[in-house]
Write a protein that binds this ligand. Structure first.
Ligand SMILES: C[S@@+](CC[C@H](N)C(=O)[O-])C[C@H]1O[C@@H](n2cnc3c(N)ncnc32)[C@H](O)[C@@H]1O
Length: 322
């Protein structure tokens, strides 16, 4: 399928660049280019001196970025967890703002060949970067039931995680599980429908879990937050849009710990106030999409934008633990 015909509508499109861009002459990072909806809006806010470095681990997204012919813009094909190393390669060690709109893009979900969705039949791939790593089919073929159940439970919050894992283990002794429909049908035949939301396909949580696992999404996010803390100039903003509670929890905890690092210190230690670690970020704001946006773009419904500005306290070597 041609990636160009698949579109992605940016969520919180007004709020995100407004929160992020504090200095039009600054250097900004969009860690999740996708189809560049947010990148274009950020560029609109920058002066001729401003710069925007975008990242995406998906080659289709990187190809789509060629449409932006703007000397202030540059795209890097790399995971955002390695933004610090990648920026160092082009001589950047400090930036004014960092934006992440995490998760998958509509073009990824809507292309059956990428294998992200149980709505279409396609190869069970699910990698955002199809040039590296293990596919979902390869993982399902090699993981034992305990490993699969742990992923389904931890990353999909699936109540019947072991039941699903055992069913997969049984079926794969007879035939390899290579297609999205094959897996979706197998899960639908094994798990009961969600009582609270009977419209939800029984494979929803399992697909989410496999996708997060195959792409190491939570580890990527934690590493990116840490890099962002050390890259941002004082006053610079880190803004993150997440789409489900596992990610949002990590972002929320990171900002809470970074705004109050003294809370992580044992209160019994005899420290003077001046010896306590200083806030690394100011208090974060939380912004939700308007009702109008949710009506116009149902994908926006689960989105949460959190953002905060960096203080001038030096970033600690041990980082912020979340
Ligand atoms: C929700 S979309 C972003 C859409 C974008 N803001 C827009 O307006 O078009 C997420 C994008 O981030 C990319 N992505 C997700 N995790 C990534 C990671 N760890 N490193 C780099 N890119 C990532 C995906 O490949 C996808 O293209």
């Amino acid at each position: 399928m041609q990636a160009e015909v698949l579109v992605h509508r940016p969520v919180l499109a007004e709020e995100s660049p407004r929160l992020l861009v504090t200095d039009p002459n600054g250097v900004y990072v969009d860690g999740t280019f996708g189809r560049g909806g947010h990148s274009r809006l950020i560029l609109e806010k920058l002066s001729p001196q401003g710069r925007l470095i975008a990242f995406d681990r998906d080659e289709e997204a990187v190809k789509a970025a060629a449409q932006i012919q703007d000397p202030r813009f540059q795209i890097i094909h790399a995971p955002f967890a390695s933004m610090k190393e990648e920026l160092a390669k082009i001589g950047i060690d400090k930036v004014t703002g960092i934006f992440l709109d995490i998760g998958v893009s509509s073009p990824q979900i809507d292309d059956p060949e990428r294998g992200f969705s149980f709505r279409f039949d396609g190869p069970l791939d699910m990698r955002m970067d199809t040039s590296a790593g293990e596919t979902a089919a390869e993982w399902i073929a090699r993981a034992d039931a305990a490993e699969m159940a742990k992923v389904f439970k931890d990353l999909g919050e699936e109540r019947f995680a072991m039941k699903a894992a055992k069913a997969i283990e049984k079926v794969r002794t007879k035939e390899p599980i290579l297609r999205t429909k094959q897996l979706a049908d197998l899960i639908a035949a094994t798990l009961p429908r969600n009582k609270k939301d009977s419209a939800q396909h029984p494979a929803t949580r399992i697909f989410q879990a496999i996708r997060i696992h195959v792409n190491q999404e939570l580890e990527q996010l934690k590493r990116a937050l840490e890099s962002a803390g050390s890259l941002l100039l004082p006053g610079g903003v880190l803004a993150v849009i997440s789409f489900h509670s596992l990610e949002d929890r990590i972002v929320k905890k990171f900002f809470e710990a970074a705004a109050n690092p003294a809370s992580c210190i044992d209160p019994r230690l005899p420290l003077l106030p001046s010896q306590l670690p200083q806030p690394l970020f100011n208090r974060a704001v939380r912004i939700l999409p308007s009702e109008k946006e949710c009506e116009e773009n149902p994908r926006a419904r689960s989105s949460v934008l959190r953002g905060a500005s960096r203080t001038d306290a030096p970033w600690p070597e041990q980082g912020v633990q979340v």
